[in-house]
Design a protein around this ligand. Structure first.
Ligand code: ZN
Length: 43
């Protein structure tokens, strides 16, 4: 699971204490979700 920079759209695997994009210095990220789809069956 990583974080996607909203500015340069790069995926950062590790974020240190200071959350900043190592590429562009942006501070807003999207959390990447693991690709698992849960299905709930309605009864
Ligand atoms: Zn960035």
């Amino acid at each position: 699971m990583g974080f996607k920079c909203l500015s340069c759209k790069k995926i950062i695997e590790k974020l240190d204490n200071r959350i900043r994009c190592p590429y562009c210095g942006y501070r807003i990220f999207l959390k990447q979700r693991p690709v698992t789809v849960k299905r709930v069956q309605a009864k």
